[in-house]
Write a protein that binds this ligand. Sequence first.
Ligand SMILES: CC(=O)N[C@H](C=O)[C@@H](O)[C@H](O)[C@H](O)COP(=O)(O)O
Length: 236
Amino acid sequence: MDVLEKINKALIVSCQALEDEPLHGSRMMSKMALAAEQGGASGIRANTVQDIQAIKKEVDLPIIGIIKKDFTDSDVFITPTIDEVDALYREGVDIIALDATSQKRPDGKSFKAFFSEVKATYPDQLFMADISTLEEAIHAEEAGVDIVASTLAGYTPYSKDTVPMNLVTELLEHLSIPVIAEGNFDSPEKVKKALQLGAHAVVVGSAITRPQCITEKFSQAVLELDNQSTEGKVIE
Ligand SMILES: CC(=O)N[C@H](C=O)[C@@H](O)[C@H](O)[C@H](O)COP(=O)(O)O
């Protein structure tokens, strides 16, 4: 079975914790991946070669690999240059995801020019374009990517108000390559809906693997209750 078949109509769990997050560390991410596998995930999305190596020791699932890197002169941060693509290729990940937004890239190239170099260097590798708008998705498909994902909807200055589910609906209408729903698909209902719409797979991250975000939802509910009772009180 090829990789696209393995993740067809499936849940992929993103196991990522940056340096400033409480669960940062490859061992922790590998255990998150193991928990995801035990819970029924069909794939893992992971950041950095170290995390990917640790995850591969724990699970036997297709991996979407990324390397996040910040540049002072560019907001493109997911697998931004060919150096990160090369590191992921050498690691042998099933799919390499990269930023395909129209924001200024660190190398100053357009996504089309960047990707044409990438594709020529690694012709057999599967590539997934993380985009924030329909236009970027269409350009990515034209550039020759294999998969498009709604990962960056809401994260570029010009997509702030985009609802990821609505973007996925649009992508499915206009593209002929597989569309992966990713970015704020934070409930089982949203996952089901995206798959029913026709998404090839859904990537869920924070709602499963970032306990600080999960806790925040619960503590927010407690705060709302506190506010309601304060509002109801008669202050003498
Ligand atoms: C914007 C950005 O940096 N997204 C990252 C992309 O790799 C991850 O931090 C997200 O967790 C992932 O996309 C899954 O999304 P969510 O965590 O909303 O389920």
